[in-house]
Design a protein. Sequence first.
Length: 488
Amino acid sequence: MRTWLAIWVVTAFVAPPVAAKPPGPGILCDMYPDAPACESSIPDCAYCHSTPPALNPFGTSLSERMLPGETRPLSDAQYSESLPGALAATEGLDADGDGYTNFEELIGGSFPGDLNSLPSGLDCSAVPSEWSPAYQVCEYDYTYAFKKVHLDVCGQSPSRSEVGAFAASEDRERALHDALDACVQTEFWRGRDGIIWNLANRKIRPIASVKAGEDPGGIPLADYLDDYSLFVYTQIDDHDARDLLTAQYFVRRTDGEPTTYEAYEATYFDELVDRGGDVAQLTDPWTRAGMLTTRWNLFLFTMFTAVPRTTAAQAYRAYLGYEISKMEGLYPVENEPMDWDSKGVQQEVCAGCHSTLDPLSYPFSRYEGIGGGDRGILEGYIPGRYSQTRLQAFTKSDGQDVVNTPEAGVLLGQPVANLVEWGQVAANSEPFARATVLDYWKLLMGGPPRPDESAEFDMLWRAFMGEHSYGVESMLHHLITTEAYGVP
């Protein structure tokens, strides 16, 4: 575990400055305002990068034409001055070798540096009238969508008779939604180890060796099954998905046909009495913030640290879609980082990320992990629990200033007083809605939105916040009617 954490820290905070520049997306859209990626959002990093800071073929061809011979990285002024000329000079080239010029790909909504991304815009008037393909490739195809819903959500193809009945239906749109309603009730979708269950893997990060409860590992610390149950509950039956980060209740799961999920409220003392100390959730109700304060999350990510940067970074990544190690979601806070725990984060190579990360982390600092500091693991404190005086135990290991670490922090540029408020601000934010809908888009579409799909995607996550009231199933009914889903 220490090795894993060390690798993560080095990757996240000692990486060299990336080549991407803030002016880049704006300059691209100034040059090509009709590009689909510029219609409702800003161009994705994938236009020029594979995994930032690495450049893809298109990014490389631009870089070679931007002030060659100048020391890298270029300043923002140099970058802004040289990028338009580089874009113009490479318009007629085919950077990824797929047969389409860079210009055709930019205007056609595909990535000019990705061989597997091709421009859209099939001219349906050019399709021969005698051509009769299995699907309607120039318009929404209800039969295609019907089959796709069964595969994606039910986990199996519809029978020949079901397809025939659907094709003969007088209201195929209603029949399509009825099919989705049936599929989201299946064990394949909502049961243990089902689709939604596995959607939570990267957020929970289960490790069998430290699992407690059922099928315990060699060092049982906490039971991540509680986290899976809470996650699935918030995603089904149009429950409010924001409860992922705001719930002050837990969820009881009963496996079977069907698997059932029931929300319940309990004090930490009730939990100890009813479930035992090996798996009990140990936070008081008023200090709970959904998945952020589960025993598993605090034990796994906070562990022995005073200022839990790893815990905050994981939450930022899992629920808001921002990977700080890739320079995403940076909202620098004035006069930060302060380096309360003497970790050297004020060094120039670190400060850029930590001016955002440290204020994100402060509200997590009053929640116990496994222990740490100047205490032994059995010295009169309760792991996984809120403690206002927690940092007093870290003065020998982290310096005297660690006790001055504030509990208040800043999230997405907004001050938050504590972790409960952190969860509320996050859950009501646009990044949360976007990240939640993106999970399902990638699940059903096989990848993130293409540039020509960005308008539909943006409409979808905004509707998730509005007319769908953060109900995932309501949002899915919207998703399956999009052109991106229903046009083969």
